[in-house]
Design a protein around this ligand. Structure first.
Ligand code: Z5A
Length: 218
């Protein structure tokens, strides 16, 4: 099934809230319903992005402003070469993290000015905004516990164990959590809170109810 102008969905939240798990479940559900889906992520949704991802998550410490600009470079390449073409082809794009992560991590987490980040986000995206953002709401302690179990999983980690963000102090993750709460409160039309507690299947059903209703709006 093709949508006239595509649908751009982003998954957001702190560490280990289940974004990657839910992205796969949502894509499976969409495909079953006949939609063509692009599953992608930031950072790392392009060849350039994979190189930037390695620098950002596993390289030497980076100054907050330089870090912000590297995320923006990843995003500019990603939007132009992957997201826009998929939307133009009428696909559903499901992206693991996007601009709200920058506000949460570089803004609430690292302390950069939120208005500066908004300007950089606008530049990198050419003002492209997600149609729907699913904020997976899980207390940071629970997310970190899940993330730790993932990094020791025999199935292998989604990102390498103990990356720079995961090693940050709990207070950093609490600031992120507050950030996502404030972002969701400020844009209730776009950002929908999803209770991320319960089994993956239970969370997937909550997500599907929201996506299905969004698809029904055309
Ligand atoms: N970042 C940034 O700073 N600025 C930006 O602008 C952007 C990103 C775009 C990207 O990491 C990093 O980049 C991120 C922010 C920063 N910081 N870090 N680190 P990422 O997105 O690749 O990784 P992550 O955010 O840390 O995600 P994650 O740890 O991969 O978690 P997740 O994708 O949300 O969860 P998961 O992998 O699906 O699940 C984690 C574990 O929990 C796993 O073992 C699952 O099997 C398990 N799980 C999943 N769901 C459940 C439920 N419902 N119950 C129990 N267990 C579950």
């Amino acid at each position: 099934m093709q949508l006239r102008s595509g649908l751009f969905i982003t998954l957001e939240g702190g560490e280990g809230v289940g974004k990657t798990t839910q992205q796969a479940l949502l894509a499976g559900r969409l495909q079953k319903e006949g939609y063509t889906c692009l599953c992608t992520r930031e950072p790392g949704g392009t060849v350039l992005g994979q190189k930037l991802r390695a620098l950002l998550l596993h390289g030497d410490p980076i100054e907050p402003l330089a870090e912000l600009l590297l995320y923006a470079a990843d995003r500019a390449e990603h939007v132009q070469t992957r997201i826009h073409p998929a939307l133009a082809a009428g696909q559903v794009v499901v992206c693991d993290r996007f601009t709200d992560s920058t506000l949460a991590y570089q803004g609430y987490g690292r302390g950069l000015d939120l208005n500066l980040i908004r300007q950089v986000n606008q530049l990198a995206t050419g003002n492209l905004q997600p149609h729907l953002t699913l904020w997976l709401d899980l207390p940071p302690q629970l997310g970190l516990k899940r993330a730790c179990s993932r990094t020791t999983s025999p199935a292998g980690p989604a990102s390498l164990p103990g990356d720079r963000m995961e090693q940050a102090h709990l207070s950093f993750h609490q600031r992120l959590y507050q950030g996502f709460q404030e972002l969701a409160a400020a844009e209730p039309q776009r950002i929908v809170r999803i209770d991320a507690q319960g089994s993956p299947q239970e969370v997937a059903e909550r997500i599907w109810a929201v996506v299905k209703s969004r698809l029904a709006q055309g």
